[in-house]
Design a protein around this ligand. Sequence first.
Ligand code: HEC
Length: 153
Amino acid sequence: MGPWWFTACAIAAALAAALATPGAASPNNDSAVQRGLQLYAGAAPLQGTITGHAAPLPPGAARCINCHALGTAGPARAASAPSSFGPLITRERLTQRIARRGGPPSAYDETNFCRLLRTGIDPAYVLIPRDMPRYTLADADCRGLWLYLNSLP
Ligand code: HEC
């Protein structure tokens, strides 16, 4: 056991690291991840529109898993991936710098992920096809989706 101030500093540093790390486990993030999963899988409603259509999609049609396989770790995911209409979205896919839709290599962060969902503009400023709906989303819901998808390997 070192001096008390050493222990205090160590605790403060650990806390600061936990707060600064995006996606780090904390009760707050856990509930955001849960919210993200609910939105992704359709247990909570999403408002999305196909570009060119005046009316929004019915919530049951707007949910992400209609087009993107439900990303679970392991064999279940591998089995569900090929039948997915849109790409399988995982942390790896989001955060690796890869060329998307003919643009230069780019990676997602929370800000440009939310911009994509709302406007269809991807991190390299390439417009995503209209098959992918545009969403009207609260910041907290977008964060939930981001944290949920980042919890998938
Ligand atoms: C109606 C089908 C459909 C729905 C619903 C849908 N997507 Fe997509 N999404 C697509 C398709 C198709 C693409 C691939 C577009 C392309 O690049 O050709 C895509 C692409 C994406 C990408 C870009 C991946 C990359 O590498 O750039 C992300 C991120 C994404 N979707 C997230 C979501 C999320 C989150 C939801 C729910 C809020 C959702 N999608 C709902 C069809 C859909």
